[in-house]
Design a protein around this ligand. Structure first.
Ligand SMILES: [Zn+2]
Length: 265
């Protein structure tokens, strides 16, 4: 079924996703610098010329301008349109997977926050508190609305426990080995556990498993390539973000397979 409610929701949410992607770029570049995300308006980092509204259309403007500033012709990093496309795709994916629903919005908002946090952690090895908390507050609000409109209060309880358990485990790990796991990851575990837990505890579990696998594969690859040693710091938050987004959007076959095993035996 290619044309259906899933496709319609994917297109509608995907367009909002592109706009969210534009804002995600602002968050990624400004929050670590301690700058406001609302003012001043976007400007070229090279010549400081204000970005005109019609030059700020996600993906389209970058392509039309040939990846250069209209005023000084300095190149604009390809990462801007890539982040816009990534966020657009992730939000469209939430629409495809969950239709036009409160759950789709909750998972989309979680995923957008995670893309921002994943890039910030990759760039700066920090997970800014205000990004985690603002995203967590929005996700919690949307999940509560989803629970209220569907009457699935039990699932809300599962989400709360799915957030609290990894938070407590990460808290303990951070207390035992703060150099191995920063406190930013502790807060992030709460956001991811809760957001995925709304889909079911198995999704939260899968998200953390995928993050660990991804982190291990990348870490071992870097060591084999001689690009990293055992003590090299890795942005674990970036792996947590990627694992969580994958679990929410494409994790259902794995979760269903796992649950069928548990029920069969
Ligand atoms: Zn410029």
């Amino acid at each position: 079924m290619l044309v259906g409610p899933g496709l319609r929701a994917a297109v509608v949410l995907g367009l909002f996703g592109l706009l969210a992607g534009s804002f995600t770029n602002v968050v990624i570049y400004r929050v670590p610098e301690g700058l406001s995300v609302v003012s001043p308006p976007s400007a070229c980092p090279h010549c400081q010329a204000r970005v005109r509204p019609w030059d700020n259309v996600p993906l389209v403007s970058w392509a039309l301008l040939g990846g250069r500033c209209r005023d000084c012709h300095a190149p604009i990093a390809v990462r801007y349109p890539l982040v816009e496309a990534l966020v657009g795709a992730v939000v469209a994916g939430a629409g495809w997977r969950f239709g036009l629903s409160w759950t789709a919005l909750a998972e989309a908002v979680m995923a957008v926050g995670l893309v921002a946090l994943g890039f910030i952690d990759f760039d700066h090895m920090v997970l800014p508190r205000r990004v985690v908390y603002v995203d967590l507050a929005l996700v919690a609000l949307l999940v509560v609305v989803a629970a209220a409109t569907s009457g699935r209060w039990g699932a809300l309880g599962v989400a709360a426990v799915s957030g609290a358990v990894p938070w407590a485990l990460f808290y303990l790990l951070n207390w035992l080995k703060p150099q191995a796991l920063g406190f930013g990851d502790v807060r992030l575990a709460l956001l991811i556990g809760f957001g995925l837990g709304w889909l079911g505890a198995a999704y939260a579990f899968l998200g953390f498993v995928l993050a660990s696998l991804l982190g291990s594969v990348v870490g071992v690859t870097l060591i084999l390539l001689g690009r990293a040693g055992r003590r090299t710091m890795v942005p674990f938050g970036s792996f947590l973000a990627a694992g969580a987004i994958a679990s929410a959007l494409v994790g259902s076959p794995v979760v269903n397979w796992y649950l069928s095993l548990v029920h069969l035996h």
